[in-house]
Design a protein around this ligand. Structure first.
Ligand code: 3PG
Length: 307
């Protein structure tokens, strides 16, 4: 019998697991659950005899992949697949997919949750400010960026976007002003929301050169990846611009420095929470399960990312 492992150190909501189980069992496959594990060896062991695996941000490196004796497919229930060694999978003939768009509304909503929390002074009773009328720059206009634009318009913000891979027409049909460079975006906007993937080109690309262009007050919102930020440069910007803040869905490496020196100018979630809603778990988890069934039964490779 085909075995499908769901390996999540940050478990899906129970209602999503129920839906995943239903899809897997209706296909005549067996579900194997490894939830909330803290030891990477547990993942390496659990993958040994399964045919397919669903992961989230779980580190799926060569050691994990090579131990999957029967492994045929890995599906990242989510958007970013920087946690998966694509080459190791390719070398072993293992197909890797993601589930684009399935958790994007949840991530977009968190970006606004953090913005409102910050501009209202963490709800401490002091007078804050509003998003209405402010300029928001969306850095990368994929599924999350699109949702951010939709919500921003509801808040009455002026919305700008930069994405070198998406046409001006596609961006502007959403009522969003498309700009020609990241520099232009950062120069124009008091709020920047990051939605770029983490890869060799984007690593530490949000640096002093870009951030120094931002007007103050300026707020950088990161629901993408910690790795895209040049942390030493960010700390330098904090020193130079008193009205600059950083809101991030994951703690920076130098969290202690922010705590010691820049109180009141940052917010970090202790665990990556952007996609952690029942709806996003159901959407991404069930899409992943269906993609596995379709791949095993029909050879469907839609959403493969390691061609
Ligand atoms: C994604 O890339 O889909 C998001 O960052 C969500 O990651 P998560 O599944 O680990 O919450």
């Amino acid at each position: 019998m085909i075995k499908v492992l769901v390996a999540t150190d940050k478990p899906f909501a129970p209602i999503a697991v129920k839906g995943i189980r239903q899809v897997i069992e209706e296909a005549g496959f067996e579900l194997v659950l490894l939830e909330g594990y803290t030891n990477q060896d547990d993942f390496v062991k659990a993958i040994e005899n399964v045919d397919a695996v669903v992961v989230r941000s779980d580190k799926t490196d060569k050691a994990v992949i090579d131990n999957g004796k029967n492994l045929k497919i890995i599906v990242r229930a989510g958007a970013g697949y920087d946690n998966i060694d694509l080459q190791a999978a390719k070398d072993k003939g293992v197909c890797v997919m993601n589930t684009p768009g399935q958790n994007s509304n949840a991530v977009a909503e968190l970006a606004f949750g953090m913005m409102v929390y910050y501009i209202r002074n963490f709800f401490n009773g002091k007078s804050g400010t509003e998003l209405k009328g402010k300029k928001l720059g969306i850095h990368a206009y994929g599924a999350v960026g699109k949702n951010v634009a939709r919500i921003a318009k509801g808040f009455g913000m002026a919305v700008y976007a930069f994405d070198p891979f998406i046409s001006k027409e596609e961006i502007e049909k959403d009522g969003v002003k498309c700009v020609d460079s990241a520099e232009e975006l950062y120069t124009h906007c008091n709020f920047i929301s990051l939605h770029i993937p983490a890869n060799s080109k984007t690593k530490e690309s949000i640096n002093h050169g870009l951030l120094s262009l931002m007007p103050t007050p300026g707020v950088l919102v990161n629901t993408a990846r910690a790795e895209v930020i040049h942390e030493a440069d960010l700390l330098k910007i904090f020193e130079e611009k008193k009205g600059f803040a950083y809101l991030s869905d994951i703690e920076p490496v130098n969290k202690g420095e922010f705590e010691a020196r820049f109180k009141g100018r940052y917010f970090f979630t202790p665990k990556k929470m952007g996609a952690q809603t029942e709806e996003a778990n159901i959407n991404a988890g069930i899409a992943a399960a269906k993609q596995i069934v379709n791949f095993i039964k029909n050879g469907d490779r839609t959403f493969q990312v390691n061609k």
